[in-house]
Design a protein. Structure first.
Length: 704
């Protein structure tokens, strides 16, 4: 268990009325909220919250007399609602509380002039899930017509174009069903729905496109429907299985990560890719055998779009590369290198802005707190300080240690406020606190909710909430977590030596998650690279081809990271995607997921191209001719498949969840780079240069 999770579990187990699971409720009004009508509304909202059976306590300006709960103009306030429900049941009470507050506003004069927003961990999570599902459904509706248009262009026939769409939709539906069953036994990430939609449409249509294209080639060669379908399965089907295995390797590697967020993405990816491969190699060939030449209907469309399929352009391109392969490698490599440079400045962490979708109620609530300078109250750093056996947290020595720690934290400009046993009011000395806590009955009568929230039942464990300042972003708050941990571990505060201090809260959990994931990342990379090399070596009976494939894919992934850093972290062009400035950091899941997914998806085109080159080489024994023929035969397929994938992934770059924007944009860029610079320039040029060594030791013959 990580430090942050352990801190949260202690908070729940040892404190009478802990503010472990809580909602922050913001109230905006046209009049002051501490007196008059505004004050009456606030009292009604507080009473409504307290009346709910699952509410443990409510902290507000009324109960704490803390002016920080009120904005400077007093027309905006917030209060904290502490819950007494299990961690996994918090989401169920979000909507009932929102409905209860809306009923209060409905019975209040001019209630529509007031805004009451419920935010916090669970409300944010629920709203993100809702928006994520809406993004997935909206993109499905938008992408299917675009995809169909590209497929009509690629095939010159409506029937042939419909088949990949059917396979893509079926892959999504079946994978969602599988994941729905798995979700009954293991937690699944909020991003699984979007990932299944993206990957399902992308690979399902990609694989189908390759199969249908090869089937038409076999029909044009004079074979019957059944023979053409059989030969398609033996050639394109083999390529699809090999490609699918490379994608599966990336998703399978995510299962090695230590947390459910990445494991669930791996499970979803495995499900949707496996289903897409099975559909493309079983159902689709069977349909093709039945349809036969009917896939070319309507024939008038094929005549109008015949220009797209003419290999003349691609043959000329292939011949040009074969004449100047070294120049092509130099220019393509230089372009990749330039695009990779920003990746050297990649900063991993929570983004400084746009992390919470402001279109949602919970996101708008966070924005309201930000305007008040109080957003830190939603995600405070939570220090659980446990004194040794026999030492009370309210003893004179303990209070001196707590006061020293509190003063040290307050001196940090990144910290706005500290809430603890020694922070009941400004200017109080340790002596005053010692006298105060020497009369526990008096303290409990005066501050009942506060004492239950900050002093554990055992008397020797206490909570200290550290509120980041309004100028401290989530990115820099991660640095605060690390610095606080260093401070308490350094032993500089003599009175706290021998205590055990754990830092918890949302940002601390993110720090722990990032540390664990980055520690496992090299293993993930090594596994993906190693298994991919071995698999391709087995398929192509070559040493050089798999090594070259891994290097080329690594280059495209590195360039993708560079562009992500440039657009999002540094903010160049981010406004196009609705990001209003630099994010300052890239969330840790992005490089891990993008690497795992992109590496496999990029290998799709590699396998498509190499399979045709190898097929031509086996027929001619001439590497140069085989490279040209392979490129000419697959260029239009790769281009069409890339256009579809770019459209599918690019649509999610405009999602309302920043995490999905990162991933959607990254995958779209990676596919674009892979289908242009890598597959159309670097790979065929390198194949020309390597000559017969491409197929060593599996094939002894061959020439340049």
């Amino acid at each position: 268990m990580t430090e942050a999770r352990l801190a949260d579990s202690i908070l729940t187990a040892r404190f009478s009325r802990p503010i472990s699971e809580f909602f922050a409720v913001t109230v905006q009004a046209p009049t002051p909220m501490d007196v008059g009508i505004g004050g009456q509304l606030l009292d009604s909202l507080l009473a409504t919250a307290k009346a709910e059976p699952w509410v443990r306590s409510v902290l507000s300006v009324r109960t704490t007399h803390d002016s920080s709960f009120l904005a400077h103009d007093k027309r905006t306030t917030f209060f904290l609602v502490s819950l007494s429900v299990p961690h996994d049941s918090v989401g169920r009470v979000v909507q009932p509380l929102r409905d209860a507050f809306q009923r209060v506003l409905g019975h209040f004069p001019d209630g529509e002039a007031y805004s009451v927003l419920v935010t916090g961990r669970a409300p944010l999570d629920i709203d993100i899930r809702t928006v994520s599902a809406e993004d997935a459904h909206r993109n499905e509706r938008r992408l299917i017509p675009i995809t169909l248009a590209v497929l009509v262009l690629a095939f010159g026939a409506l029937v042939a174009a419909l088949l990949p769409v059917v396979v893509g939709i079926l892959a999504i539906a079946i994978a969602l069903t599988i994941v729905g069953v798995i979700a009954q036994y293991t937690p699944m990430s909020v991003f699984v729905l979007n990932m299944i939609t993206m990957i399902g449409l992308g690979v399902g249509i990609d694989y189908s496109l390759l199969v249908v294209t090869r089937f038409r080639e076999e029909l044009n060669a004079g074979h019957t429907n059944v023979v053409a379908a059989t030969r398609t399965f033996a050639t394109a089907g083999r390529a699809v299985v090999t490609s699918g295995m490379t994608v599966v390797v990336g998703f399978a590697a995510l299962l090695l990560t230590p947390l459910s967020e990445t494991k669930s993405v791996g499970i979803a990816g495995l499900a949707v890719v496996t289903v897409a491969v099975l559909l493309s190699t079983t159902l689709l060939p069977a349909l093709l055998a039945v349809l036969g030449r009917s896939i070319d209907k309507p024939r008038w469309l094929a005549h109008r779009l015949a220009w797209y399929h003419r290999p003349v352009i691609w043959e000329r391109w292939a011949r040009s590369l074969s004449r100047h392969p070294y120049r092509a490698v130099a220019l393509g490599g230089a372009a990749i290198a330039i695009l990779t440079v920003p990746a050297l400045f990649l900063r991993v962490g929570l983004p400084s802005r746009n992390w919470w979708p402001t279109e949602t109620e919970a996101g708008a609530g966070v924005a309201t707190l930000e305007r008040m300078g109080m957003s830190g109250y939603v995600q405070p750093l939570r220090l659980i300080i446990e004194f040794p056996e026999g030492t009370e947290a309210t003893s004179a020595k303990a209070l001196r240690g707590l006061k020293h720690l509190s003063d040290s934290l307050r001196a940090d400009p990144r910290i706005r406020d500290v809430k603890s046993l020694v922070d009941l009011g400004p200017g109080k000395s340790v002596l005053e606190y010692s006298l105060l806590y020497s009369e526990p009955d008096t303290v409990r009568a005066k501050y009942p909710d506060f004492l239950d929230a900050y002093l554990a039942r055992d008397g020797r464990t206490t909570l200290m909430d550290v509120i980041p300042s309004d100028t401290t972003s989530l990115t820099t708050t991660m640095d605060v977590v690390r610095d606080v941990r260093k401070l308490v571990a350094s032993g500089h505060i003599a009175q706290l030596r021998g205590t055990t201090t754990r830092v918890g809260g949302y940002v601390a959990a993110a720090v722990d998650f990032q540390r664990l994931l980055l520690a496992r990342f090299p293993l993930i990379v090594a596994l993906i690279l190693g298994v991919t090399v071995l698999m391709l070596a087995f398929v192509f009976k070559s040493v050089l081809v798999p090594i070259k494939a891994v290097v080329m894919n690594s280059l495209s992934v590195a360039a993708t990271f560079g562009i992500i850093v440039l657009v999002f972290q540094h903010g160049f062009g981010g406004q196009i995607f609705g990001v209003d400035g630099p994010t300052s950091a890239i969330y840790v899941l992005v490089p891990v997921i993008v690497f795992a997914v992109v590496f496999g998806l990029s290998m799709d085109y590699e396998v498509f191209l190499l399979m045709r080159i190898k097929e031509a080489f086996d027929a001619t024994g001439q590497n140069t001719v085989a490279t040209r023929e392979g490129l000419s035969a697959t260029a239009s397929v790769i281009t069409s498949a890339a256009l579809i994938m770019i459209a599918v992934f690019g649509a999610f770059a405009f999602a309302h969840i920043l995490m999905m924007q990162f991933i959607g944009f990254g995958l779209a860029v990676a596919v674009f780079l892979d289908a242009t610079l890598v597959r159309m320039i670097l790979v065929p040029s390198f194949m020309q240069i390597a000559g017969r060594w491409n197929w060593w030791p599996g094939v002894k013959s061959g020439s340049r």
